[in-house]
Write a protein of this length. Sequence first.
Length: 201
Amino acid sequence: MTFYSVKNTHDTAANWTSNDPTLLVGEFGYETDTGKLKVGDGSTAWTSLSYVVTGTNTGDQDLSTYATIVDPTFTGDIDVGAIEFVEDSGLVTGMDMPVSDATSDGDAMGIAFSINSTPILMVRSSADGNGGVDELQVVNYGNIKGLEKSADPVEPAEGEYVIWMSDGTGKGDDGDVLIASQAGGTTNYSILFDHSAGSSW
């Protein structure tokens, strides 16, 4: 078996970019100020070479620039192409898909959630041609299941509504499904489904 010596080099991200070297096959190039790593292939210049993700990565990350992801831990927002995962205290708290001003009016856009390639939920809308979106739609591919609450939910804010199932300790009787909304500074609620008046399963 023949063994080869591979040179491992390090520098700041700015210096790597300005010098733009071509790493040897298997040669590591480490950015000392970002913690990012690239591995050479013998023909691709630094600026065209993708990063390899390893370990803990702090700050906002653009995963579209990475070639391989190896058991990473992220602290910061994660950008995968057009979709950004928003991070807060180690948790993903939101997803954002920017809309270009150039997107034509009516162009469809959406995010689908799947398990083993089977769609379960889609959030979709269409562009309004001005960098915004038209009416938002949530498409559910199966049943919607909720759990009863042992107390009334928090009162909805102005322009919001909430749907919940009562266990009888708050508004409604055990098994009732209720809806409440606030408009004009007033919150009203009503029973969507009266469990006691429903048909037997």
